[in-house]
Design a protein around this ligand. Structure first.
Ligand code: MIG
Length: 804
C-alpha cells in the first residue's frame, strides 16, 4: 500500500514537471458575455468584448482572476453573439468572427466569417503548463509575419525571433539587447491576407517566440499568474490598433509645447547656465520649447528638492524661462532617500506608502541618493500621496515630469521577488508587480500633476512601462548609443511602439552613452524631426549636444529641420489628435498602410516610416550619400523638388547630409504655418495648406484647439475635413466643427503636381486668380519646387470648393 502511494506520488510529481495541456472538457456554462469551461486540468473562460475582440482566460485555480492594470475597457454589454454547442466543439459567433473550442481535447481557434482560419492552437499542445508556468501554443503559418511587441530590438518583422518581458535598466544597450525598459505584450500577426492581434495581459516575466529555434509555433508563456489574453480580428492593421487602444486606452492630447524640440543633457546646471542656454536658442533663433533638468538639480538626488547652491532661486529662474517662452521638465526617480528629516521619506514611512518585505519591514535598495525606499504605486492611497508631492515644483513653475529608473532600477539590478505590493486590494509580489511598477508610477504622476496644474495638461515622460502607459505618459527608448545603427534601431523601436498603442515616443537624439560624429548629430536631428517626441540628450561627461555644438555647417542643417518641424506644427498636431481618438500612431511603419507589400519588410527598407498620413521618411545613415528607396503603391512626390514617382518603385536617391530623403503621398494635405520659435508663440494668421494632386481620392482630418487646457473636451476645438477628388476635380474644405475659432484667418492653398492649372480656378463656382509663388514647404533647402500655383482663401466657416 505504501509503495503504491509512493509510486502515485512520483507519477504525480513527474506529471507536474512535464508539459501538460488543458485536457478534455468536463463541463461548460454560459456567462453574461460568453462561456466558461472546466477541463481536466484547469478552467477556460471566453468573454466577448466586441464583435471583433474576445478574451481568453485560462487558470488552474478555482476562480478566474480578471484584474488588469492595462485594460480599461469593459465588455460591451450590448454586443451580439451566439453560441452553438455541437458534438465535438463549441462555437462563439459574433458579427465579425467565430471562435471554436474543440472539446476533446480543449483547443481554441479563430475563424473569420468566411470560414478562414486566422489563428489557432497547436492541436497537440494547445494551452499547456510546465509546473506553474503556462504557455499558449499557436500554429505558425507559412509566410506568417509578426509586428509590434513595443520597445523591442530586431527587425520590423519579428518572425524567427524570441523575446522576454522583464523591464530592465540597460545603459548603452547593444543592438540585439532584450529585454529593455518597457513591456508591451501586444503583437499583430498576418498571413494569407488575414490580420489579427494578440494582447497577453499578464505582468509576470513573459516570453514570446515567433518561430525562434523552431518552425512549428508562435507561442507565449507566463512565468506566473494566469494566462489572460485578447484575440482581435479585423480586416486591416489600423482597425486592430484601434481595437487594441480601445482596450488599453489612448494618449490624451498632450500640451502642444510637448511636440516642440526639447533640449536635454545630464545635467544643465547651475541656473545661470540654464538661462544662458535658453537665451542662446532665442539669440540664434533656433526654435525650442523645453529645457530639461536632470538629476543634478536636486539636493543629494532627493526627489522634490532643489540643490540650493546650484539653483538658489528656482522660482525666479523658471519665471525668466517662462518669459523666454520655455517650458521646464524635471527628472523624478521612484527611489526616496532614507534620511531622517527628509519630508518625503518621513511622511511616506509614517503613512505606510513604501514597498515592504513579507515580514513588514520596508525594502531598501540603492540608487543615486544612496539607500532608498520605494513608493508602492499599486496602492491607491500611495498614488494619491505621490501625486501631491509635485505641488511645490508646480508652484515654482515646472511644467512636466520625467519618470526615470522606474523598472525599477537599483544598483545590483536584483530586486528580491518576495517584496510585496498592495495590488489595489489583491496583494502581489515583485514577480507580478515588477512590469507594472512604472505604469502605476506614471499613473500617479499624471493624475497627481493633472489635479495640480490648474486646468493645464500634464506632460509625463517615462523610461519603463507596461501596455496602457499611453494613457499617462510619453516614452523614450532609454540609454541608447551614438551610432548610425542605433539611430536606425531607434526608428524601428518608435515605429514598433506606435503599432503597440504608444503614439508619443522618441529616442535620445544623437545617442546617449557615447559621442556622436557631427554628421550623425545632423542626420539624427533630421530623422527625429519627423518622430513624435523630439529631444536631444547626452550623458554626463560627454560633449554638449545643442544644435550649434558641432560647427556651423551642421548647425545650418539642424536648423532647417527644427524649423521645418515648427512649420509642420498644424499637421503634427492633427496627427496627435488622430492618435488620441483612434490610436493611429504619429510615426507609422509602412506595415500599417502596406502590410501585404513584401518589400517593406526587407532589411534595406524596413526603417522607412510615415510621419502622419502624408509624409514618408527614409532614415539613412550619416555616412550614406545615396540610399536605396522603396515607395509602395501609388504616386509619390519628392518633398524637396516635387518630382513625381509612380510606386511601387525602387530607386537610388541622393542623400546628402543636409537633405534627408522624404516623399509625400498623392492625395495628401499638409497644413503648415509660418516659423515660430516655440509652440506658445503665434504664427501669422495664414494657414499654408499644401495639397498633392492625385489619381485617387484623398482626405485629411484637420484639428486645432487652444493647445493646452481642457476646453476641447466641451466643444472648444476646430475640426475640418479637407478632401480632394480627381474625378470631380475638386478640393473641398468642409464646414468646420466645434466652437473654437481657427487661429488662421486665411488659407493659402499650395498646389503640388497640378500641371493643368494655369491662370485661374473656381472657388464655390466663381473664378479666382491663381498666383505663382515660391511657396514650397522645402523653400529653405534651396532645391525647391519653383513657383507653385497658389490660391488665397478666406478661412470662412462655409464649405469651400476649389475646382480646376
Ligand atoms: O543611472 O539621470 O536613462 O536619461 O540622464 C542613470 C541620469 C540615470 C538614466 C536615464 C538618463 C539620465 C540618467 N539616468
Amino acid at each position: 500500500m505504501l509503495s503504491f502511494l509512493l509510486i502515485a506520488l512520483i507519477l504525480q510529481l513527474q506529471a507536474q514537471s512535464l508539459s501538460r495541456s488543458m485536457g478534455n472538457m468536463k463541463s461548460m456554462k454560459r456567462t453574461s458575455n460568453g462561456i466558461s469551461l472546466q477541463t481536466d486540468y484547469g478552467n477556460l473562460k471566453v468573454t466577448v468584448y466586441t464583435a471583433s475582440i474576445m478574451k481568453i482566460d485560462v487558470t488552474k485555480n478555482a476562480a478566474f482572476n480578471d484584474f488588469s492594470y492595462a485594460v480599461t475597457a469593459v465588455p460591451d454589454a450590448a454586443v451580439k453573439f451566439s453560441l452553438s454547442d455541437e458534438k465535438s466543439q463549441i462555437k462563439v459567433i459574433t458579427d465579425s468572427m467565430i471562435l471554436t473550442i474543440t472539446k476533446n481535447p480543449v483547443r481554441i481557434a479563430l475563424y473569420n466569417k468566411s470560414g478562414k482560419l486566422v489563428n489557432g492552437d497547436d492541436e497537440a499542445f494547445g494551452t499547456s503548463w510546465i509546473g506553474d508556468e503556462i504557455t499558449a501554443y499557436k500554429k505558425l503559418f507559412p509566410g506568417e509575419k509578426f509586428i509590434g511587441l513595443g520597445e523591442k530590438t530586431g527587425g520590423l518583422n519579428r518572425r524567427g525571433s524570441g523575446y522576454v518581458h522583464w523591464n530592465a535598466d540597460v545603459p548603452g544597450y547593444i543592438l540585439s539587447a532584450d529585454p529593455l525598459y518597457s513591456t508591451i505584450p501586444f503583437y499583430i500577426g498576418m498571413h494569407d491576407s488575414l490580420f489579427y492581434g494578440i494582447f497577453l495581459d499578464n505582468s509576470s516575466k513573459t516570453h514570446f517566440n515567433f518561430g525562434a529555434s523552431q518552425e512549428r509555433n508562435a507561442y507565449f508563456t507566463c512565468e506566473a499568474g494566469d494566462l489572460n489574453y485578447f484575440l482581435i480580428y479585423h480586416n486591416s492593421v489600423p482597425k486592430i490598433i484601434e481595437s487594441y487602444t480601445w482596450l488599453t486606452g489612448r494618449m490624451p492630447l498632450p500640451p502642444k509645447w510637448s511636440l516642440g524640440f526639447q533640449q536635454c543633457r545630464w545635467s544643465y546646471y547651475p541656473q545661470s547656465e540654464v538661462l544662458t542656454l535658453a537665451q542662446t536658442f532665442r539669440d540664434k533663433q533656433i526654435p525650442c520649447d523645453v529645457i530639461w533638468f536632470d538629476i543634478h538639480y536636486m539636493d543629494q538626488y532627493k526627489v522634490f528638492t532643489w540643490d540650493a547652491n546650484r539653483f538658489p532661486d528656482p522660482k525666479g529662474m523658471l519665471s525668466r524661462m517662462d518669459q523666454l517662452g520655455f517650458k521646464n521638465v524635471v527628472i523624478i526617480d521612484p527611489g526616496i532617500k532614507v534620511e531622517d528629516g527628509y519630508a518625503a521619506y518621513e511622511d511616506g514611512l509614517k503613512n505606510n506608502h513604501f514597498v515592504k518585505y513579507p515580514d513588514g519591514t520596508v525594502y531598501h535598495g540603492q540608487v543615486w541618493p544612496g539607500w532608498c525606499a520605494f513608493t508602492d504605486y499599486t496602492s491607491p492611497a500611495a498614488r494619491i500621496w505621490w501625486g501631491k508631492l509635485f505641488q511645490q515644483n508646480i508652484e515654482q513653475g515646472i511644467d512636466g515630469f520625467w519618470c526615470d529608473m522606474n523598472e525599477f532600477a537599483t544598483w545590483g539590478q536584483k530586486v528580491p521577488d518576495n517584496i510585496q505590493f498592495e495590488g489595489d486590494g489583491q496583494p502581489i509580489t515583485h514577480k507580478m508587480a515588477h512590469n507594472i511598477y512604472a505604469l502605476e508610477m506614471t499613473r500617479a504622476t499624471f493624475e497627481g500633476t493633472k489635479s495640480l496644474l490648474n486646468g493645464r495638461r500634464p506632460f509625463v515622460l517615462t523610461r519603463a512601462g507596461f501596455a496602457g502607459l499611453q494613457r499617462y505618459s510619453a516614452i523614450w527608448t532609454g540609454d541608447n548609443v551614438g551610432s548610425d545603427d542605433h539611430m536606425l534601431l531607434a526608428v524601428r523601436m518608435v515605429s514598433s511602439l506606435g503599432v503597440s498603442g504608444i503614439a508619443f515616443a522618441g529616442a535620445d537624439v544623437s545617442g546617449f552613452t557615447s559621442e556622436a560624429t557631427p554628421e550623425l548629430f545632423a542626420r539624427w536631428m533630421s530623422v527625429a524631426a519627423f518622430s513624435p517626441f523630439y529631444r536631444s540628450h547626452k550623458m554626463f561627461g560627454l560633449r554638449d549636444s545643442e544644435p550649434w555644438s558641432y560647427g556651423e555647417d551642421i548647425e545650418s542643417t539642424v536648423r532647417k529641420y527644427v524649423d521645418l518641424r515648427y512649420r509642420l506644427m498644424p499637421y503634427l498636431y492633427s496627427a496627435f489628435y488622430d492618435a488620441s481618438v483612434s490610436g493611429m500612431p504619429v510615426q507609422r511603419t509602412l506595415a500599417i498602410d502596406y502590410p501585404l507589400d513584401e518589400k517593406i519588410y526587407y532589411n534595406e527598407f524596413e526603417n522607412e516610416f510615415q510621419c502622419g498620413p502624408a509624409v514618408l521618411v527614409v532614415p539613412c545613415k550619416s555616412t550614406a550619400r545615396a540610399v536605396n528607396v522603396y515607395l509602395p503603391k501609388g504616386n509619390w512626390y519628392d518633398f524637396y523638388t516635387g518630382e513625381k514617382y509612380a510606386g511601387p518603385v525602387e530607386f537610388f536617391s541622393n542623400a546628402p547630409l543636409d537633405k534627408l530623403p522624404v516623399f509625400v503621398k498623392e492625395g495628401s494635405f499638409i497644413p503648415a504655418q509660418s516659423l515660430v520659435q516655440s509652440a506658445a508663440r503665434q504664427p501669422t494668421d495664414t494657414l499654408v495648406l499644401h495639397v498633392y494632386q492625385s489619381t485617387v481620392a484623398g482626405h485629411f482630418n484637420y484639428y486645432e484647439d487652444a493647445g493646452d487646457g481642457y476646453a476641447n473636451e466641451s466643444g472648444g476645438y476646430y475640426k475640418r475635413t479637407f478632401s480632394i477628388d480627381p474625378v470631380t476635380r475638386q478640393i473641398v474644405l468642409g464646414i468646420p466643427e466645434g466652437n473654437y475659432g481657427s487661429h488662421f484667418k486665411s488659407v493659402l492653398l499650395v498646389l503640388h503636381g497640378f500641371e493643368a492649372i494655369k491662370e485661374e480656378v473656381q472657388l464655390n463656382g466663381k473664378r479666382v486668380a491663381v498666383s505663382r509663388l515660391n511657396a514650397s514647404l522645402a523653400a529653405e533647402f534651396n532645391q525647391s519646387e519653383k513657383q507653385l500655383p497658389t490660391v488665397l482663401l478666406n478661412n470662412t466657416n462655409e464649405r469651400l470648393t476649389v475646382s480646376w
